[in-house]
Design a binder for this molecule. Structure first.
Ligand SMILES: C[S@@+](CC[C@H](N)C(=O)[O-])C[C@H]1O[C@@H](n2cnc3c(N)ncnc32)[C@H](O)[C@@H]1O
Length: 343
């Protein structure tokens, strides 16, 4: 009939509480956690970072995509990739340019970059994702808030003790939540003029709040505090918003695209468009690391490491497990780019 939500840190229990009433609350509310808890202090503590990591599985974007990534997920893959890069490029290279696409919280990018910088101190590492932050707009008088994607898709309406799902909408069977959902839709539409996101927020390091007509709008970074810290303190590590379907203006030496070009997410045509974007974004001799994670803890991956030859065709340099499921698409696209008549 009704489901409350987790709307303050104190209710976001790591394990089910002992008290039976609080335990019941925990059970009813565990899938409705307000994403405004992502609003961490400028200098987050390790405890804040933990909260951030625990919040990530609760994020389901309006497109249906989850942002799942885990600390040390590529602990075994990073040395393999660094080994290939060390064999391919001389350490005397003036500047090695590496990109990690669809990097989610950029935590695994940050972990990889730290090991890569030991092998190639002169590197520029860019971690990118289509979505780097969410937005909270709060009515300062009533305390109600909406959490939404920067392009205007609402995800949650928070009116304690309720955290109402806007996408997918609350089910009719949960009567009170459904009622609040319908009310929230009307309120959301009335906010249309207030929710324009400041252009300055495109900069991953900027997060000044905005006040308009009794509302406060805050940026909720989706970047892991450890990755933000590296971006703030090491000029070699940059974070940028970018789609995996866009070709870089300035081609680079290596691109990693893990857990994005999956058959489960995209059609054959979309995968081909993605492969085209990667190949066109690589310099001749460049390396593409493509694959997916098939098991967590301990992590297991299926990865192919390709090299773009001087002619532009991809060669397979190394496989982890049986290799990437999109190998045939990648190879076919590289051939078609070199001789456009190839199917
Ligand atoms: C499952 S996560 C993968 C994270 C990380 N690469 C890993 O393997 O741990 C997928 C990520 O792809 C991002 N994404 C979805 N569509 C995208 C697009 N068109 N361009 C760039 N990133 C995209 C999502 O925002 C999400 O963060």
């Amino acid at each position: 009939m009704l489901k409350p939500g987790v709307w303050k840190k104190e209710l976001f229990f790591e394990a089910p509480p002992a008290n039976p009433f609080v335990r019941l609350y925990h059970w009813l509310s565990k899938n409705r956690v307000s994403l405004h808890l992502l609003n961490l202090p400028d200098s987050p503590t390790p405890q804040d970072a933990k909260i951030f990591e625990r919040l990530m599985p609760h994020i389901r974007l309006s497109s249906g995509v989850y942002r799942s990534t885990f600390p040390r997920r590529f602990r075994d893959l990073d040395p393999v990739v660094n080994g290939v890069l060390a064999q391919t490029f001389p350490s005397s290279l003036q500047l090695l340019r590496v990109e990690d696409w669809a990097a989610s919280t950029c935590l695994t990018s940050c972990e990889w970059a730290k090991t890569l910088f030991l092998v190639f101190p002169n590197s520029k590492f860019v971690a990118s994702d289509i979505l780097l932050f969410l937005v909270e707009i709060e009515n300062l008088e009533s305390g109600e808030r909406f959490i939404f994607e920067p392009d205007g898709h609402p995800l949650q309406y928070v009116n304690p003790p309720f955290v109402i799902r806007m996408q997918p909408p609350e089910h009719r069977a949960v009567l009170l939540n459904r009622f609040l959902y319908l009310r929230a839709v009307r309120r959301w539409l009335r906010l249309a003029d207030l929710r324009t996101v400041p252009a300055s927020w495109e900069d991953p390091l900027s997060r000044d709040p905005v006040h308009r007509n009794g509302y406060r709008m805050r940026k909720l970074p989706l970047i892991h505090p450890e990755a933000l810290h590296l971006a703030q303190n090491d000029a070699r590590f940059l974070i940028r918003r970018q789609s995996v379907f866009d070709t870089l203006d300035d081609p680079c030496h290596a691109i990693r695209s893990m857990n994005i070009f999956n058959r489960a997410y995209f059609s054959e045509e979309q995968l081909a468009l993605g492969a085209r974007a990667v190949i066109s974004s690589l310099l001749p001799g460049g390396i593409w690391i493509a694959g997916r994670t098939i098991r967590e803890d301990p992590a297991a991956h299926e990865v192919t490491i390709f090299r773009k030859t001087d002619s532009g065709i991809l060669d397979i340099v190394e496989r982890v497990g049986p290799g990437s499921e999109i190998e045939p698409v990648a190879l076919a696209v590289s051939r078609s780019l070199v001789s456009p008549s190839t199917p």
